[in-house]
Design a protein around this ligand. Sequence first.
Ligand SMILES: Cc1cc2nc3c(=O)[nH]c(=O)nc-3n(C[C@H](O)[C@H](O)[C@H](O)COP(=O)(O)OP(=O)(O)OC[C@H]3O[C@@H](n4cnc5c(N)ncnc54)[C@H](O)[C@@H]3O)c2cc1C
Length: 461
Amino acid sequence: MTYGSVTEKEINIFKSIVGAEKVSTGESVLELHSKDESFHERSRPEVVVFPKSSGEISKILVVANEKRIPVTPWGAGTSLEGNPMPSRGGIVLDLQEMNRILEEREGDFQVVVEPGVVYKELNRRFAKKGLFFPPDPGAPATIGGMVANNASGIQTLKYGATKDYVLRLEVVLPSGEIFRTGSNAVKTSSGYDLCRLFTGSEGTLGVITQITLRLAPLPSHFTAVLVNFNSLEDATHAIYEIMCTGIVPAALEFLDGNVIEAINLFKNTELEEKPTLFMEFHGSNEAGLKEELSLVEEICTSHDSSLYEAGIGREERDRLWQARYDTFESMKNANKGMEIIIIDTAVPLSKYPEMVAFARNEALSKGVKGYVFGHAGSGNLHMGLVKDPNDKKQAETGMIVNDAIVGCAIDLGGTATGEHGVGIGKRKFMAHEHGQSLEVMKRIKRLFDPNGIMNPEKIFL
Ligand SMILES: Cc1cc2nc3c(=O)[nH]c(=O)nc-3n(C[C@H](O)[C@H](O)[C@H](O)COP(=O)(O)OP(=O)(O)OC[C@H]3O[C@@H](n4cnc5c(N)ncnc54)[C@H](O)[C@@H]3O)c2cc1C
């Protein structure tokens, strides 16, 4: 596809739309918007624009569409697959200044926000009202970025992913058209579900400018559990059996001994460097939680757990979860000067033990250092592969291991990405995963964005 470039003329038009101070071609701003949190190669935009309203975005898109200038929406740039990187240059629309909470509809457990609201901020504000937006990627992501990536996190197991919380959207299409879709009713069978279509579209169809989210009540009782196992197999089989009981933990996280070692180093913790489960259970009373815990303990003990610590207090529980959130930083800290490829696959639960064993053996057999972890209760496997950017051969081997693991997940009936999205890194697996329906996706893309200006080179090769 041939694209137009941004000239002085467009820059002046953008300045007249949003104000001169909201248009930047400064080195540091372009540099900041050339890279997300992944290892993918940087690509700089020609201009970064900070719009304040859907009307401004509409006018910008009309200009861009006419000249075939690429447009990439930007939330907080915390993606892990190159999703917001402006691969073909052009315009980055940084939405961080559209950060107003527009309407608090507590009576319906709903809130209307602009896309630049940071979800942690939203949750701080609603904690006082006993409500929260559960998908929790850990990083300081925006709601717009979370919707566009269909993000999820530690508590998705019980509470669902972002897609389960999006009730209404306002979207600006590349043509400049602004439309609203969805309903405040929590159930509807009315027509095509365009909220779901735009959720996970990674900025390739249009710009999301307003979001109505469902919120969940904060749990009244919780309990946290830490379990160590003597082997990876025991840990992964215990995960499957726990999930087969019908108990739905709020979180069930798996971390192998290598991850725990990196966390101990980075966070000064003294956790046993063995395959470990961090779990959390939410309920409405103590008695129910106790009953669930005794069943979980029985399963872990039958799988030779070497430590079972339940009833962990709030402070220690927060410390453990923070350590889990810092897994990526811990791996980077333990491998200074190296890049970390984060694999993100998900498989049906019954295949989780097989998937973990395959991933570990694949890395071991190729001599690549790997860290296995993930939102295990949802069948989500992450693996951090250490890649030496100065050693071409080793980097190639890292990618071979990556491809084999993702390929295995798809063959097991799973997916190339459980939560990080396709971005740049997962495009090569899309045909394998989706077959014929990839062509249908391409047709949908052409329908909304016939000139291909929205976040080019993402999702599709
Ligand atoms: C340490 C770490 C841990 C993480 N853990 C998790 C995790 O557990 N689960 C998880 O799901 N993710 C995780 N992530 C990835 C990332 O935080 C999420 O994908 C997040 O949703 C990205 O949000 P963002 O605001 O940074 O969006 P960005 O990265 O800026 O953008 C994401 C995508 O959305 C598009 N976009 C942004 N705003 C809009 C908009 N308004 N309209 C249309 N398109 C838009 C962009 O073009 C891009 O394609 C992690 C990241 C890090 C660094």
